[in-house]
Design a protein around this ligand. Structure first.
Ligand SMILES: *Cc1c(COP(=O)(O)O)cnc(C)c1O
Length: 450
């Protein structure tokens, strides 16, 4: 038996993996990873893989980044953790100061949480509670977009709309209003992204106009619905949504857990629409893929809505054990230093251009419906029939065939259904991008052959 097999057997006798039908591992080997370095992951047999999906979109500057490692090591010798109620520490303060500085103007308060779903839950509760503290008692509904994803705890799952994750648990979930997504994959041929996203806003407007009094907040993933298949839309939708939310006195929650920290080309996706949400949820790239940490950024006004004498019971009493963990904050600070020192947002433009050029030929592939891109996220959608965009049956698991081919060729290209995508660490080189494009092209050829 190979070293990979020995480790995998031990794993399979005790572990239960996330987002996995464990029976698949009867024929689909798992890949136990021994070490990581830069874009590379190395398994126990010494085989290496380019991490093209940043280990589920978290890694920004490669594995075992020397600068981030150093920050982590120095923090752990100083303070590993202290509770954040009644106590504080310098990494939490410094990170909050910097996040206030770099997030859209008006987000002046930072509430720490410890993972993405929990940040979404905290934002939902804060929104409702903020209205309640102001005397608006009927605002207890949320609006979401079709095909959206906001995490997997019950509240976050309720405001999401990916049926694969949601349907089973439907009886357990709060009811929400769902507006049609501005996802431009669905546009008419010849219609521009901007026109389509604008057109899709009409139903949202109608919903907010009709039910404004009952609605606490609209929650969206700005520009890219990542878990929903890397579906993308035009910033104009966010601009229209911001204005409508103001008009009807409804909060806007921007879930930038996946798209924040440069993924869409700007530091935050909201910047491309020149808007400030009422709540901004950040996680994933926040710690450059090192440790679980998340924040909800909000306005001074929202903070004030909770600020009162204790007896009035208006405080936001939400907490998690690892809220604002110092190790997480220290690596987040190291990551923000890299953004500044290495001019990352600027340099990523070149990498995004290389991704675009390296995959341009796939537009003509007989089974590729679309190659779409927002900055450092590029997605390729396979279809059975190109002309009418007839999808492959999901049971055929075509994306998985691309994944298996890529693993053989030394790349991690975990698909989303029939969508293969690149969302690489920013330390990837143009040559590595070209390698990924070649592997993806071969994989798509194989996966669509019959
Ligand atoms: C990943 C993700 C979440 C959930 O974050 P977890 O840390 O996995 O709980 C929420 N929203 C979006 C947009 C995400 O991509």
């Amino acid at each position: 038996m190979s070293s990979n097999q020995i480790i995998s057997e031990r794993d399979l006798s005790v572990l239960w993996h996330p987002c996995t039908q464990m029976k698949d591992h009867e024929w689909l080997p798992m890949i136990p990873i021994k070490r990581g370095e830069g874009v590379w992951l190395e398994d126990f047999d010494g085989k290496r893989y380019i991490d093209a999906v940043s280990s589920w979109w978290v890694n920004l500057f490669g594995h075992a980044n020397p600068r981030i490692n150093a920050a982590l090591k120095s923090q752990v010798d100083c303070l590993e953790h202290v509770m954040l109620a009644g106590f504080s520490h310098e990494p939490a303060i410094q990170l909050a100061e910097q996040l206030v500085e770099i997030t859209p103007a008006g987000l002046d308060r930072c509430f720490y949480v410890d993972n993405g779903s929990s940040a979404v839950e905290a934002a939902l509760k804060m929104s409702y509670h903020s209205w309640r503290n102001q005397g608006h008692k009927g605002k207890h509904h949320f609006v979401t977009l079709s095909n959206s994803y906001h995490g997997e705890t019950l509240g976050a799952l309720a405001v999401g709309d990916v049926s694969l994750y949601k349907e089973t648990y439907e009886p357990l979930l709060m009811e929400v209003f769902t507006a049609p997504s501005p996802d431009c994959y669905e546009r008419e041929s010849g219609e521009s992204w901007e026109d389509y996203s604008t057109r899709q806003f009409a139903e949202m407007e109608q919903l907010l106009a009709t039910h404004g009094d009952e609605i606490s907040a609209v929650i969206v993933e700005p520009l890219v619905q990542c878990a929903g298949g890397m579906r993308m839309y035009h910033p104009v939708y966010l601009t229209l949504l911001r204005k409508a939310c103001d008009r009807y006195q409804i909060h806007l929650i921007a879930d930038e857990i996946a798209v924040g920290f440069g993924r869409t080309g700007s530091m935050f996706a909201c910047e491309q629409a020149s808007i400030t949400p009422d709540f901004l949820c950040l996680s994933k790239g926040l710690t450059a893929g090192y440790l679980p940490l998340s924040v909800v950024m909000t306005s001074e006004q929202t903070y004030r809505n909770f600020y009162d004498d204790y007896e009035n019971l208006t405080a936001f009493l939400h907490s998690h054990s690892y809220t604002g963990n110092p190790l997480g904050c220290a690596v987040a600070l190291a990551s923000l230093n890299i953004f500044r020192d290495d001019n990352i947002i600027e340099n990523n433009r070149n990498l995004a251009q290389v991704m675009s050029e390296a995959t341009a030929h796939l537009v003509d592939h007989p089974h590729v419906a679309e190659v779409r891109q927002h900055g450092m996220i590029l997605a390729i959608e396979m279809v059975k029939e190109k002309k009418n965009r007839v999808p492959y049956d999901w049971q055929e698991r075509r994306g998985l065939r691309v994944y298996q081919h890529a693993l053989k060729q030394g790349a991690l290209l975990r698909p989303l259904g029939n969508v293969t995508y690149f969302m690489p660490p920013y330390v990837i080189t143009p040559d590595q991008i070209k390698t990924l494009a070649r592997i993806a092209t071969e994989g798509i050829d194989l996966a669509t052959r019959n």
